[in-house]
Write a new protein. Structure first.
Length: 187
């Protein structure tokens, strides 16, 4: 906003209203969550086709896992402008994926962002081999270290390795394999 960016804020999400606002204000960038995608896709075809959405250049989503069929349907509808980030409150975004990357590797959460190192670890905190299942941990260069201990929140934990903090804060419904995101960038 300080550089002259125009923003449209609504007090609640209405999928048809969003389409109207895109056309009315010629919006170019959106940030949505997967639940919003689902609600947009539930609109009748005649409502979905009523509005000109051609000004959209980038739609970023995150904050929750997005089912593959939902993401595919949004890309089919809006084109390859859908981008995703993966991360959590404690560390921020650690990976990102563009539509072309996702289309070539459905289900991916992308590649590590600059300054981020990703590890996939077993329950004891040891790295897993390629193809093995594990939990994704990330560390962002320059990000502060902290301890997170809460016995009532077993889905969130931290592992201290070589005085570096590795944080996981994302619980996913997908099976995670180290082939989806590694420090070497392989899929």
């Amino acid at each position: 906003m300080s550089v002259g960016t125009f923003m449209v804020l609504e007090s609640r999400f209405d999928p048809a209203r969003l389409l109207q606002l895109i056309e009315e204000h010629q919006l170019t960038h959106l940030y949505l969550v997967p639940t919003m995608f689902v609600r947009l896709l539930k609109l009748p075809e005649y409502v979905r086709n009523r509005y000109d959405l051609s000004t959209l250049k980038r739609v970023t989503h995150g904050a929750a896992p997005c089912p593959d069929h939902v993401k595919q349907a949004m890309i089919d509808w809006w084109g390859p402008i859908i981008e995703e980030f993966y991360g959590g409150t404690e560390i921020g975004a650690v990976t990102a994926s563009t539509s072309p990357q996702w289309l070539s590797h459905p289900g991916t959460v992308g590649r590590p962002l600059a300054g981020v190192t990703i590890k996939v670890l077993d329950p004891t905190g040891q790295p897993v081999a390629v193809g093995e299942q594990g939990e994704i941990f990330g560390r962002m260069a320059g990000f502060y270290d902290f301890e997170y201990e809460n016995a009532r929140a077993p889905a969130k934990r931290s592992v201290r390795t070589n005085l570096s903090q590795w944080v996981t804060s994302v619980t996913s419904t997908k099976t995670v394999s180290c082939t989806c995101a590694t420090a070497s960038g392989t899929w």
